[in-house]
Design a protein around this ligand. Sequence first.
Ligand code: ADE
Length: 343
Amino acid sequence: MSDDIISYSSDKKGIVTSKNIPEDISPDIVSLRPTSFKEYIGQNDTVETLKIAIQAAKMRNESLDHILLHGPPGLGKTTISHIIASEMEKNLIVTSGPALEKGGDLIGILTNLGDGDIFFIDEIHRIPKIVEEFLYPAMEDFAIDFIFDKGIHARSHRYRLKQFVLIGATTRVGLLSSPLRDRFGIFRTLDFYSVEQLVVIIKRSAAIFNTIISENGALELAKRSRGTPRIANRLLKRVRDYSQVKSHGKVTKQSVQAALELEGIDGLGLTSLDRQYIKTIIDFYKGGPVGIEAIAATLQEETDTLVDVVEPFLLKMGMVLRTSSGRKASEKAYHHLKIKPEL
Ligand code: ADE
């Protein structure tokens, strides 16, 4: 049945277990997740492509092509995979690139997949190379090639797999090798959501939480959610707490402003890390251009966090510009932080 969600992840010893469900699929978030494309808001072109592919596969009684979903965290890559599994009425098996430490971790999952099962690998760009090589024949021929012995005694044995569907999710498509990328028949990039779309998502989530939210409250929250439903839903919980304790439960524009000020989130949704990132470029590197490694070293942050989590929204907002010689703070960034550009 479509509701059978089996989650695999690796414990410290590299053993694949069904424990350690990532935050992304914790029951709290799952309850806010739309379960069908009918309920799903936004990503219209992607949803249309997937609906057509699903309908065609069903008409031909075939399984779907492998699907690669790309985009910043929190835009719905995992949610879409849940919906695909549900619409195809198949099991969803979830793991992530870093959890697949050894070939055996992947083989254990692949050999247990049923016909048409949906196998979701989050952060697929972080699969070790040695594990990735098992994926090529698995994706293309639904087979695993085992090699026994070495040199002139080497023998290979082909193990047949069921026809599964791989959904890979990545924040960094550039880090995927081309043999892996080329084996996906459907490749979609998810975009940030508009404020209007986030308003609809926030109202839907508030209704699920039995929380009353005013039109202006939803609008204010949407404007501060960095174009990201996961952030909108997380902030809604903080705002709901604040409103319950400080203003009789109803979420209003004022309670959103007050609650999010406490969270360090400003009127455009920038967090303190976003502001520190911009200030670093301006204060330490005269507004740029400066390399990402230098910014990461000054901030004492992981480069990956800046590239995957911080930069996409700042680039989208036009606060930061990426040039061939490095990152530059834009005029808009100076204006937002009320800093006068040096002449
Ligand atoms: N909750 C999180 N993402 C959503 C989406 N795209 N549509 C509806 N509800 C959501």
